[in-house]
Every structure is written in C-alpha cells, then in structure tokens.
Design a protein around this ligand. Structure first.
Ligand SMILES: C[S@@+](CC[C@H](N)C(=O)[O-])C[C@H]1O[C@@H](n2cnc3c(N)ncnc32)[C@H](O)[C@@H]1O
Length: 357
C-alpha cells in the first residue's frame, strides 16, 4: 500500500478555508442575535457607539453586547476604533443587515441557517435510511427566514421585471384574473401581487397548516383578505378550474411529484392560461452551477436540508433539488404536457419560466 504525504502548505491553506467556513456558520448565529435584539438597527440608527451605549439603547446586557461586537468586528461587519472603544456599522453594511425593507437585505438568510442547525440529528437519520423530512417538521425559524429572505428578491423583481416579461400576464392581472399559487408558504409574493392588482382574485395552497395560518394573518394585516385567501391543500388536490395564472414560487423543485403537480395545474388552467415557475437560478450541470451561481454553497445546503428532504417525504420523491436547472425543469414540464416553455427573466437568485400547454 502506498501512502501520500500531504503537502503541509496546502494543508495550512485549506485549514484557513475551513476556518472561514466555520466563521460563516458561527456568524449566521450571531446575525440572528443582532437581528432579534435590535443591535443592528440601533447601530444603523446612530454610531459610533460603545458597547455600553449600544446595550443601553437596546435594553440588552452590556457584557454580552461587548462580546457580540468583538465577533462582529472580527468578521468585518462593524468597524472598531480603539481610540475611544467604539463600534460603527457603515451604511453599506446596514443596507444588508439592519432592515428587511432594504433591497440589499440578506439578514433573513441567518434564521434559515439556524433552522438547518436545529435539524442536523433528523437529517443524519434521513441520510442513513433515505427517508424524507416534510417541510412542516423543520424548525419554525426556517419558515420565518424563508419568508424574509425570498421576499427581498420578490420585492426587487416580481412587479418591475418578472410580471412585465410574462406574455400578457400584466394585462390579465390588471383586468381581473383568477390566480392560484401553489406552495404559498407565508404568502409573500401573492401579497405583493394582490396589492398591485386589486381586480384579481388570489388563492394560495400549502400543505403546512401553520404556514397557511400565518399567510392569512399577513393578508389581513395588509388589508387584502377580500381578494386573497390561503388554504391547506396539496399541489394536486386543489379543486379550482378555469384559472388564468398558476404560480409556483420557489416551491416546484420541493415537490415529491412535480410532474403530477404540473399536470394538475394544466387541467386547472383556463384556455390560454399561464403556468409560472419561479425557481432558484442554476446551470444545467453541476460544473456550470458551481461556476455561475453566487451562493451555490448555501443553496446546496438548503437543498439538502429542506428541498430534497421535503421531496423525499412525499409520494414519487423525484427530488429535483433546488438547483435543478432549466433543462431538467423543461423535461418535467414537457412530461406534464406543456409544449411551450420560455425562460423570461432572472436575477441573482431566481429564474422565471413561463409554460403553456
Ligand atoms: C420554500 S417554501 C416557499 C414558500 C413561498 N412560495 C415563498 O416563496 O415564500 C416551499 C413551500 O411549499 C410547500 N409544499 C411542499 N410540498 C407541497 C405540496 N406537495 N403541495 C403544496 N405545498 C407544498 C411547503 O409547505 C412550503 O411552504
């Protein structure tokens, strides 16, 4: 047997890479703390601040805040001035960390990472037995994070870029369309559409009762319950017919039976109706995805924990994975009886496919 002695310089360089990855995981947990306690918002509202000033403004314990600030300085999120022991969150960093309303916000990603950490034991069992984990059995922080993280992209692109790129969809929505959204989660994209198109009627279906309840609460808070409702139902269980537009927002690849779901949608569509898939942006093969998708490492982790696990928990269990890619999605749609499939838009995270029978 021959053994290869590792090159110690390369070992050192790779250990640094692993250290950076561990720092990422640890920082996600610290981001959740900064978000929930209002530390980021307070730093964004006024600085430079000492740990005592920040603790006083947020009603938190100074000793913890001092440690948290040191970690945030170590990772480069805040600046540190040793002359007066103060910390600053630059406006460019505040745009990403301090508010969900910023178009650059990524703070919603942190609870998604926390949620994954809370389900490692279940996933180890799933790896051993090939079983699935239904979406509803994930930690609730996952649902909160998914809503917050995806909503930023929907706010940035849905009304301004994606709807106008879809053939005739803006006009239909404006005139008054019947819209079904499948796998509606907390309802973020449906609420954006409902606010913009008051003549249309929207119904969202999801298998997870707690998400449906939250989505209905969000609709009531937004004052659109007269034209939006969310119900518990499966992707091939809903009874609607003559639907003008059927949407799947970051859901299609999660389904156990996406072919069956697309077939069900085809039967529910009105003549001339449109199926819309908003899916994670991906290449058609792994090498292309690795080279072109900015957050591939996060996406594949989420796919392992959430998307693939959910699909494997359902009949058929096709398990497309979050980075299925356009060619694979086209195959699924073709198998479900769609002959016209068009990629109409994309941003950093998503691509949008329009399909017609
Ligand atoms: C990643 S979340 C996306 C939620 C929402 N569309 C959004 O973009 O914010 C996927 C959703 O699909 C739902 N789901 C999974 N399998 C489903 C099925 N077979 N039928 C209907 N909904 C399903 C999950 O419960 C979850 O709420």
């Amino acid at each position: 047997m021959t053994t290869t002695t590792p090159d110690l310089q390369k070992v050192g360089a790779f250990a640094q890479q692993v250290g950076a990855a561990l720092a990422g995981g640890a920082t996600a947990a610290m981001m959740v703390i900064g978000d929930r306690t209002g530390l980021y918002a307070a730093l964004a509202a006024g600085g430079p601040l000492t740990s005592a000033q920040l603790a006083a403004r947020t009603g938190t314990a100074e000793r913890y805040v001092r440690e948290w600030l040191a970690q945030q300085a170590a990772v480069g999120f805040v600046g540190y001035d040793p002359a007066d022991d103060t910390f600053t969150l630059p406006p460019e960093h505040a745009a990403v960390l301090a508010s969900d309303d910023s178009p650059a916000s990524m703070i919603g990603g942190a609870p998604v990472i926390s949620g994954m950490h809370r389900r490692t034991d279940q996933l180890v069992e799933a790896f051993r037995h090939g079983t699935g984990i239904p979406w509803g059995e994930q930690d609730p922080t996952t649902f909160e994070g998914t809503e917050r993280f995806f909503r930023v992209g929907y706010r940035n692109s849905l009304l301004s870029e994606w709807v106008p790129a879809l053939d005739g969809v803006h006009d239909r929505l404006q005139a008054g369309a019947r819209v079904v959204d499948v796998g509606s989660g907390h309802g973020a994209p449906v609420l954006l559409l409902a606010e913009a198109y008051p003549n249309s009627l929207f119904v969202g279906y999801d298998v997870h009762p707690a998400s449906v309840e939250t989505a209905n609460r969000r609709a009531a808070d937004a004052g659109v319950s007269d034209r939006v409702r969310f119900e518990v139902n499966h992707c091939h269980g809903y009874p609607d017919q003559d639907v003008d537009i059927i949407t799947f927002f970051d859901t299609f690849h999660d389904l156990g039976d996406p072919v069956g779901a697309a077939e069900h949608a085809r039967h529910a569509l009105a003549t001339g109706g449109t199926l819309v898939l908003v899916e994670p942006r991906a290449g058609d093969d792994l090498a292309t995805t690795l080279a072109t998708v900015p957050m591939a490492a996060v996406s594949f982790a989420a796919s392992t924990f959430l998307c693939t696990a959910n699909s494997l928990s359902q009949p058929v269990g096709l398990a497309l994975g979050s980075q299925a890619g356009e060619a694979r999605l086209r195959d699924v749609l073709t198998a479900a009886g769609y002959s016209r499939v068009r990629r109409v838009a994309e941003n950093d995270f998503n691509m949008v496919l329009e399909a017609r029978p």
